[in-house]
Design a protein around this ligand. Structure first.
Ligand SMILES: NC(=O)c1ccc[n+]([C@@H]2O[C@H](COP(=O)([O-])OP(=O)(O)OC[C@H]3O[C@@H](n4cnc5c(N)ncnc54)[C@H](O)[C@@H]3O)[C@@H](O)[C@H]2O)c1
Ligand SMILES: [Zn+2]
Length: 340
């Protein structure tokens, strides 16, 4: 069992990683909570009830499975349900699921009574290594992904890797997309580790970054490597391309863009291709039928756009935020990832 502390002063919390770590869940429920509102999906094959303290009352709140369900309407419905079960300020919201569920549960918890405690049982690879840690919560608008939300840290996170046994290959692949991101951020050969160590190492990488920049006023933005184009691709494909898959293409695009801007050489671009495609098994080209202008427009509406286009790019000082990238600089990168 690996236990990683996310160091955030009075908001610090533990992330417990390992096969069978669900049995640690009871220890993460605050002693004064009398009720636990479990937010989950029908497709999440996990029963947490046996792992909760016997004295707490529970209720189940189901959210849908499509990205369209990651909406303010869902938050409103959940809060109405919290009202009807009598969830108080002392109680706990428990997200049980992947990133969709924990983003929604976290934001509902941040909003209900202006903020109640939340804990997560993360059940996907993306969730365990990324979404459940760090306190970014929120939902989508039609105008863009994750545009409404709050920073709301959980009081504990369980990542029981046994739950990944039932995760479909495509979801595993999405997890590998975010994992490849950590590979480039740290240079660590994560695939050389066994599953528990690999997840724990990713949690540690994220915890370190979040611990130094909780609200993304600086370094935390590097966690968005591959995400500028990635978010645009998710929307442009109507989520046919899943988050981790889109991020993988986004990192390849970012590598070509960094090359076009003279920040990295051809060998480093080729390393990106090898790592993303061969090692992590992800596609590095945009599906057909999407044009450049649509992607540029979507990237402009991305919340990270402050002046011109903002990207997270590799370079001589490693991966960093680069602002004010001219649209004209994108042409070579679009060609390289097969956007007509
Ligand atoms: N807050 C953050 O920092 C952050 C970081 C990364 C991603 N995200 C968000 O996370 C979301 C994606 O999360 P995801 O990739 O975990 O996908 P997901 O939560 O949509 O889950 C994918 C599917 O797998 C099912 N599932 C979940 N656990 C399962 C299990 N153990 N076995 C079988 N099926 C299971 C779910 O019901 C769902 O249908 C996106 O909305 C993204 O924006 C947030
Ligand atoms: Zn991501």
């Amino acid at each position: 069992m690996h236990r990683t502390r996310v160091q955030l002063g009075e908001r610090s919390y533990d992330v417990v990683v390992g096969r069978g770590s669900l049995r640690e869940l009871a220890g993460l429920v605050p002693a004064d909570a009398k009720r636990v509102a479990i937010v989950t999906q029908n497709g999440v094959p996990v029963d947490v009830a046996p792992h909760l303290p016997t004295h707490v009352a529970t209720s189940r709140h189901i959210v849908g499975e499509s990205e369209d369900d990651k909406s303010l309407a869902t938050i409103e419905r959940l809060c109405e349900e919290f009202a009807s079960v009598g969830l108080t300020r002392q109680d706990l919201v428990l997200g049980v699921g992947g990133g969709m569920v924990t983003d929604i549960a976290g934001f509902a918890a941040a909003s209900w009574h202006r903020g109640v405690r939340v804990a997560h049982v993360s059940t996907t690879l993306v969730g365990m290594i990324d979404a459940a840690i760090g306190g970014k919560t929120g939902v989508n608008l039609r105008s863009g992904k994750n545009l409404v939300g709050a920073f709301w840290q959980p009081c504990g996170v369980v990542c029981d890797t046994a739950l990944l046994d039932s995760l479909p290959e495509r979801e595993q692949r999405c997890g590998r997309g975010e994992m490849a991101k950590y590979h480039f951020l740290t240079g660590d050969d994560l695939l050389a580790l066994d599953l528990d160590e690999r997840v724990a190492r990713c949690v540690q990488i994220k915890a370190d970054i979040v611990g130094n920049d909780e609200r993304e006023s600086g370094r935390r933005a590097v966690l968005n490597y591959g995400h500028t184009l990635g978010h645009a691709l998710e929307i442009a494909t109507d989520f046919a391309l899943a988050h981790g898959e889109a991020v993988a293409v986004g990192m390849m695009f970012a590598a070509h863009l960094a090359r076009a801007l003279g920040r990295i050489d051809d060998a480093r671009v080729e390393l990106h291709r090898r790592v993303i495609q061969q090692h992590y098994g992800l596609s590095v080209s945009v599906p057909s039928g999407i044009d450049r202008q649509r992607l540029v427009d979507l990237m402009h509406s991305d919340k990270k756009a402050i002046d011109g286009l903002t990207f997270v790019l590799d370079g001589p000082r490693g991966i960093e935020v680069v602002r004010g990238v001219e649209a004209s600089a994108l042409e070579a990168a679009f060609t390289a990832v097969s956007v007509p």
